[in-house]
Each structure stands twice: as structure tokens, then as C-alpha cells.
Design a protein. Structure first.
Length: 199
């Protein structure tokens, strides 16, 4: 079976690299590696989500499928009085996210290896962010939506980035069936940003 960035233990050899990106006015460094999503640079979809996400200074945030941490660590910078939990099934990505939190002086973020939401069972958040693993299949992506609802506090919001050609219309329909209220808050080069609020 070919290996994907959503494997829990990538067997591919290491190819560590350091990249830099300015995200929401913060200059951040990220150590990346083979076997993780978008190792050559912060992917465009994540950048679009980062530009549009509305983060309160004291937010309690969950980043689902965090990779090496660009979304979650930017959120942590935007929420100096809040807390960010980053989860990913890929243990290599989780170690990188932990390393990158330290590299960027981010003390209000943690990274946990978790198969979907297993590692945060029973916890509630007021903001959930995800650039979902499209290649893992529609069933996995839709599970992220339904389980996000269960892990949000009342009034909390789920922010999703997804490409139109990779199923944005069906993703929006699924979000509407789970949340009721879904707003398209941004679009850029085929990417759509959806905000779903738990009423």
C-alpha cells in the first residue's frame, strides 16, 4: 500500500528542512520532514484559512489534522490568552508541531497524536480549525465535521477550508445537515472557507 501523510507512522526516510512564512503578521519558522503534508512550504489552502479565521484572544482552539503546525501555531499567536490543542494521526507531524511550537516561542499550544478526536475525548472547544485530509476520503472528512459538532461548546464555530474541485459543495451540504447554519466566509483560487456555528 502506498503511504500517505495521514499514515500514523511514516516509514519514508527523513528529509528535514526549515521553511519560513509570514502568517497574519507573524514571521514563523517551521521544521518540516518527508512523510508529512505539504513539507515544501505552507500550502495555499492553509494560508487562505489562516487569513480568514476569526480568533478571539482568549479562545480555546482545536486544530484537527495539524501537520507540522502552521494553522495551530498562528492561532496560538492570535490567542495569547487562549490555548491551542493540535491533533494529527501522523506521529512525525505531531513531533514537528511540538518542535515548531518551541522554535517559535509558543507556550500556549500542545500537539497530541490522535486518530481523529480520540485523543481529546470529552473535551470541548469554542473554535475548531481544519484543513481536512481530502485524500483520506469523504467518509473521514465528514466524520471530522460530525465529531467537531460534538466537541464544540454551544456558540462555538468550526472553520473549514476545502477546494471546490475536491468537494466543497458536498462538504457544505454535509456541514448544513450537521450544524444548520453554515456561512461561506471567503474564497480564493478555488478554495472555499466555511464557518459552521453550533447554535
Amino acid at each position: 500500500m502506498s503511504e500517505h501523510y495521514y499514515s500514523n507512522r511514516p516509514a519514508v526516510g527523513h528529509d528535514r528542512n526549515t521553511i519560513e512564512a509570514t502568517l497574519r503578521g507573524h514571521r514563523l519558522k517551521f521544521v518540516t520532514d518527508a512523510g508529512v503534508f505539504s513539507k515544501g512550504g505552507v500550502d495555499y489552502g492553509s494560508k487562505v484559512l489562516i487569513e480568514h479565521m476569526d480568533i478571539k484572544p482568549d479562545a480555546n482552539i482545536l486544530d484537527v489534522g495539524c501537520g507540522y503546525g502552521p494553522i495551530g501555531l498562528t492561532a496560538a499567536k492570535l490567542a495569547p490568552d487562549g490555548q491551542v490543542t493540535m491533533i494529527d494521526v501522523n506521529e512525525r507531524a505531531v513531533r514537528l508541531a511540538q518542535e515548531n511550537a518551541a522554535l517559535n516561542g509558543v507556550s500556549n499550544a500542545e500537539a497530541l497524536q490522535s486518530d481523529l478526536f480520540a485523543g481529546v475525548a470529552g473535551r470541548r472547544f469554542n473554535t475548531i480549525l481544519t484543513n481536512p485530509p481530502i485524500r483520506a476520503g469523504k467518509e473521514t472528512v465528514h466524520r471530522i465535521f460530525t465529531e467537531s459538532f460534538a466537541h464544540l461548546q454551544d456558540g462555538g464555530s468550526l472553520w473549514v477550508v476545502i477546494q471546490k474541485k475536491q468537494g466543497a459543495p458536498s462538504a457544505k451540504a454535509k456541514l448544513e445537515s450537521v450544524f444548520g447554519r453554515v456561512e461561506e466566509v471567503g474564497k480564493d483560487k478555488g478554495y472555499r472557507i466555511f464557518k459552521a456555528v453550533k447554535a
